[in-house]
Design a protein around this ligand. Sequence first.
Ligand SMILES: [Cu+2]
Length: 483
Amino acid sequence: MTDRRTFLSGAGVLFGAAAVSKAAMGAVPEAALQTTPAMAPPLYPTTGRPYNPVVTLNGWTLPPRMKNGWKEFHLVAEPVIREIAPGMKARLWGYNGQSPGPTIEVVEGDKVRLFVTNKLPEHTTMHWHGQRLPCGMDGVGGLTQPQIKPGQTYVYEFEARRPGTFMYHPHADEMTQMAMGMMGFWVTHPKNPRATLGYQDCDRDFCFLLNAYDVEPGSAVPKVNTMLDFNLWTWNSRAFPGIDPLVCRLGDRVRIRIGNLTMTNHPIHLHGHEFTVTGTDGGTVPPGARWPEVTTDVAVGQMRAIEFVATEPGDWAFHCHKSHHTMNAMGHDVPTMIGVDHRDVVSKINRLIPDYMVMGERGMADMGEMEMPLPDNTLPMMTGTAQFGPVEMGGMFTTVKVREGQARNDYKDPGDYAFPKGTQAYEWTGESQNPVRAPSSRGGDIDPATGRVKELRASTAPPVKETTVTVRKPGAASGGHQH
Ligand SMILES: [Cu+2]
């Protein structure tokens, strides 16, 4: 912090760069800093048009400064330390102390001036994803501007012409810089909400980015060359159980804005409520073009706003529906061991490696509870507990907590849901607990206690019919194609 103040007050160095325009000279606004992954309360506007501000999961909104009719912000690109979930911190690149950077919130028609200071070891730029703006403000390195060299500050000036949900990220060495966590959210509120077809004010307006990292167990810096096999699937650079719950008051109209800056699509699924997609990359969806959903796919580079009325009290799961995306590291490349009896092998290995543990022979659920020693700074593959035990999740998973009696604008976690008597699934204790099951294909029954196939019994084993398949390759002689 001291370092940054010194840097900013060293105006000779900073403003000597041709990058800073005349209009911006005089003073660069303070670059507010956030060092915790805690959710900041919504930032209500103190000047300009009123709006209902967004809440950024495990994030915060950058306070603007008004200057001669311009709404000014200062983003500082820099190395940061981000706690992905309790027990694991990653060395990322981000803005103003965190990854993702702070959310930018403005109103349609605002004149916006953004100072971007580069404190990274390599050059960068800033692209304002989805905005209508002059081409020279679009932030594509080499194409619309020279890259911002380390130590330089560039100024972007444009009018927020279109209301909607946007993102920001570098357009310079993108593969590296986005894999390191450089991104942020942007919301432009409509100037006249009633005149915007289909737009509705909401009681709660949440936002987060979908992002992903590949951090080897035991290390802290993401592997930046990974294309698809990420091992940490995150919302705002947080993995379950580190992701804030979305706390709602019963009856609230809720909007959730999601932007995807990963390398794959994410089908985002909400339990207990239907929602409609009310906003896309291009703005508000006209009401006649909407349909109800419980899952919506957010493709790469897309933004979606979903809306619903929180009519059902409870702790509702809210997650990506790709099951590997609700797991943390170490779950993706292990062999399947279901049904394998490796008791003998284990006792031999244990003589050499006392901590060695067998996993997966009855399925992987044991991973939710097991206290296997992990490398330092590594999240368990599936983790998190709630009032009834292990949740066995990780990655892109959290809850929407709907509560009667939650105060308006109160985002504090109300704790576990108190299920009313008679509204929960319960164990059947009557007769017929062990219905006869079909024999397995190996001719034996599965022993429910061990998960292993019981001894093969002649009386139940179906005859095994050997079939010989002859495969003949089509060749040129038979007139086949050369495939
Ligand atoms: Cu996903």
